[in-house]
Design a protein around this ligand. Structure first.
Ligand code: 13P
Length: 261
């Protein structure tokens, strides 16, 4: 059984003081949560304080990016071992904003995935198609390409630490969510690809998150889909009430621990 994972990507938002306030309020609101893994991804400057604050709690911390080299003359970059040193457990990689705004290519993203795994951290590898690609019938080709290249040289054993996030670019920050059926179709396709790239066990154990305008009002139907194992939340993760409501999504029967009568 895959444990659901809800991650908040704060993107370029919040000062250290604002991040601290949000985490304090999440620690309070999410204290009862046991059956969902919770991750927050603040900006680099807030990582040390958020890591300190969330130590010994159910909240884990992700960085939003890293550089694949461990150290050296790479002005302005941060490496995976340094993020581990800071207390991070996850690193978001290949987000569409990095692909589009910073021209990150799959090969470079793959180098980051491998460096994150080598540092003992868990990559959240983001993949997803643009509207043009979907409209021109390239959806599955794009997903297969990004997954295959993003995971190049990752072993089946390392896959226990890898999380995939399907984020259709046209649904990010637009208020336009993929319908749960549209998302489920791609999630099932990704799981099939994982079976082909690795094996049945890897396909069954790998968590595949959905991202793109996830809100308290749509998380329930998304999570009711068998292949959707959680969410990567942008805008709604900046607000403690909304993020808490998303983490407390109504549990589909398959995730409930309640024994059937
Ligand atoms: P929104 O939830 O704001 O659409 O952002 C999604 C996202 O990009 C998460 O990484």
């Amino acid at each position: 059984m895959r444990k659901p994972l809800i991650a908040g990507n704060w993107k370029l938002h919040k000062t250290i003081a604002q991040a601290t306030e949000l985490v304090n309020s999440l620690l309070e609101k999410l204290a009862d949560v046991k059956d969902v893994e919770i991750v927050v991804a603040p900006v680099f400057t807030a990582l040390p304080s958020v890591c300190r604050q969330s130590q010994n709690s159910a909240i884990m911390v992700a960085a939003q990016n890293c550089y694949p080299q461990t150290e050296g003359a790479f002005t302005g970059e941060v490496s995976a071992p340094l993020l581990a040193d800071c207390g991070c457990r996850y690193v978001i990689l290949g987000h569409s904003e990095r692909r589009q705004l910073f021209d990150e290519q799959d090969e470079f993203i793959n180098e980051k995935v491998l460096s994150v795994l080598a540092a003992g951290l868990r990559p959240i590898l983001c993949i997803g198609e643009t509207l043009e690609q979907r409209d021109s019938g390239e959806l599955f080709e794009v997903i297969a390409y990004q997954l295959r290249f993003g995971l190049a040289e990752v072993t089946a054993e390392q896959m226990t630490d890898v999380v995939i996030a399907y984020e259709p670019v046209w649904a990010i920050g637009t208020g336009k969510t993929a319908t749960s059926e549209e998302a489920a179709e791609v999630h099932a396709y990704i799981r099939g690809l994982l079976q082909g790239l690795f094996d049945h066990e890897v396909a069954e154990q790998t968590r595949i998150l959905y991202g793109g305008s996830v809100k308290p009002g749509n998380i329930g139907e998304l999570m009711a889909e068998a292949d959707i194992d959680g969410a990567l939340v942008g805008g709604a993760s900046l607000n403690a009430e909304d993020f808490s409501a998303i983490v407390h999504f109504p549990k589909p029967l398959r995730m409930s621990n309640t024994p059937l009568p």
